[in-house]
Design a protein around this ligand. Structure first.
Ligand SMILES: C[S@@+](CC[C@H](N)C(=O)[O-])C[C@H]1O[C@@H](n2cnc3c(N)ncnc32)[C@H](O)[C@@H]1O
Length: 236
């Protein structure tokens, strides 16, 4: 680790009052600092204030190893992670549910649900998705069936579950994937929140190597589809 990375981790620890390494392995704690840095920089670059939601739902959370990061950054009253692959078996004989149980146990008001988010009808005022699948190669790399490649179904459900005034936060691999994801968001009835002011800092990049830099974007219900906007039109 470079001196710059160590200093940046110290700043994140102090700002968000976290010490991931006290709760998890060295590798997982570095991955958590990495995700916390993506949120910290991303909101700064978009000029957005951090929301403090009642219900935060993370879509496709894997073992929800970053539940502590979401809790530290957003301080939700309830934190929920949904992934359809809860029964995946790891080399040590444990399943993803076993790992997720360990991660959520350390975070107050957190839970992990095994299920297909496309059928998960539960409103949330903050929805997050880290690296949702948008292409066949990504799914195959995770050894998942191509039948799961359904961005329209996934983003449509996000749109339906997002409460008015709520925020959808998405992280993608690099600018091309982020542009593709943006098209799905718009098609689902979402619009961008925040204004991209450009990269203020280099990514911390202390976690697992990533082929392309993470791109964070924020979305809310498109004005035309907000109930208040419909009311205004009807009343005019
Ligand atoms: C690329 S992985 C990202 C995992 C995690 N967000 C992270 O940052 O480490 C995508 C995850 O989405 C899950 N997933 C894909 N389609 C889903 C669906 N329809 N409902 C719930 N989870 C889904 C997969 O099982 C996988 O764990």
């Amino acid at each position: 680790m470079t001196l710059e990375q160590a200093q940046r981790i110290a700043a994140l620890r102090s700002r968000y009052q976290v010490q991931f390494e006290m709760q998890m392995s060295a590798a997982t704690s570095l991955n958590n600092y990495d995700y916390l840095d993506i949120l910290d920089r991303g909101f700064d670059e978009l000029g957005l204030a951090r929301p403090s939601p009642d219900v935060l739902c993370d879509v496709g959370c894997a073992s929800f190893w970053y539940a502590a990061t979401l809790a530290a950054f957003f301080r939700p009253r309830q934190l929920l992670g949904v992934d359809l692959e809860g029964h995946r078996l790891f080399r040590d004989g444990r399943t993803r549910i076993d790992y997720a149980a360990g991660y959520v146990a350390r975070v107050p008001h957190a839970r992990f649900v095994v299920g297909d988010y496309r059928r998960h009808a539960e409103p949330a005022d903050l929805i997050t998705a880290w690296f949702p699948f948008l292409s066949a190669p990504a799914l195959l790399a995770w050894r998942l069936p191509l039948s799961l490649l359904d961005p329209a179904g996934l983003f449509g459900r996000i749109r339906r579950n997002l409460t008015p005034g709520g925020l959808f936060v998405m992280v993608n691999h690099g600018p091309a994937e982020a542009a593709l994801a943006a098209e799905w968001c718009v098609a689902a009835g979402l619009e961008r929140a925040g204004t991209d002011r450009g990269a203020a800092r280099e990514p911390l990049a202390c976690g697992a190597p990533r082929p392309l830099p993470a791109r964070l974007s924020c979305w809310r219900l498109a004005t035309a589809s907000r109930p208040d906007a419909a009311d205004i039109r009807i009343n005019q």
